[in-house]
Ligand binder design. Structure first.
Ligand code: SAM
Length: 251
């Protein structure tokens, strides 16, 4: 007679081992790519959020059209910058309820799973979705209840808000007291005018986020302990980089 607890533990170990294979960028890319082809090519599931259905327009112009073009970045390797430090926080258990806002593809979600977080507890929310793991919605007015998540990750998404303080208030609302928020935004040495000249439009909000302090400022008094900051060193300010901050909240 097989021992049910042994079977459960063996299944858990197998699952964990398979998830760890996703740490290899190429394997994660392959898994996400096959699922992308299935859901987009075969099931025709790609859809976008109807911004008119939202309460107002805090979403920057061109957000959906610009990000539809970027949908092919399936492995989302830059999410390492937030996911790796998040995965070593002693206060965040592996079965934490995690919300990934703006994952675009499933790459960031599988990266979280690769780093030990339980996939079934990870929810995605985006203006674009082809995946059953990513709900369509606007971060300025989410349908989740108060305190619904232990951690919220905003990877390169806050810069698409014309009202980041409003988005931050909404993120704090859905994060439990003592929960963790991880934010990453792009640093670019190019002026907005140069970017418009290159692309023909501005891919993001009219005002750029320029420092980790500015990110923390959007969250105001809710910021408790700052665990991690990634700033762009003075010598690297002539190239594109990342500003990241991970902190816990009080409320
Ligand atoms: C640049 S991509 C980031 C993808 C991935 N997180 C990464 O780190 O590369 C920004 C994503 O945020 C989504 N986004 C922008 N504004 C949003 C909003 N108001 N609510 C939800 N998602 C939003 C976009 O649709 C896009 O998929």
């Amino acid at each position: 007679m097989p021992n049910p607890s042994l079977i459960r533990r063996s299944k858990g170990l197998l699952r964990h081992t398979l998830d760890q294979l996703l740490l290899v960028d190429l394997i994660r890319f392959a898994v996400v790519a096959v699922r992308y082809l299935w859901f987009v090519g075969v099931r025709r599931r790609l859809s976008t959020y109807d911004l008119k259905a939202g309460t107002d327009t805090s979403v920057a112009r061109n957000t959906i059209s610009h990000n539809l073009k970027g949908l092919r970045d399936l492995a989302v390797n830059r999410s390492h910058l937030l996911v790796r430090p998040l995965s070593v926080l002693e206060t965040l258990p592996v079965d934490a309820r995690i919300l990934s806002i703006g994952p675009r593809s499933e790459g960031e979600l599988f990266n979280l799973a690769a780093h030990g977080f339980v996939l079934k507890n990870i929810t995605g929310l985006d203006l674009i979705s082809y995946s059953p793991r990513v709900q369509l919605g606007d971060m300025h007015a989410m349908r989740f209840g108060d305190n619904a998540f232990d951690a919220v990750i905003l990877g390169w998404v806050l810069a698409y808000s014309e009202d980041p303080a409003r988005a931050a208030r909404e993120v704090v609302r859905v994060t439990r007291p003592g929960g963790v928020i991880a934010v990453g935004v792009e640093y670019s040495p190019q002026s907005q005018e140069e970017i418009i000249r290159e692309l023909g439009y501005l891919p993001g909000a009219s005002k750029r986020i320029a420092s980790c302090e500015e990110i923390l400022g959007f969250f105001g008094n809710a910021v408790d302990h700052v665990y991690f900051k990634h700033v762009v060193a003075a010598r690297d300010r002539n190239r594109v980089g990342s500003l990241c901050v991970i902190f816990s909240i009080v409320k």
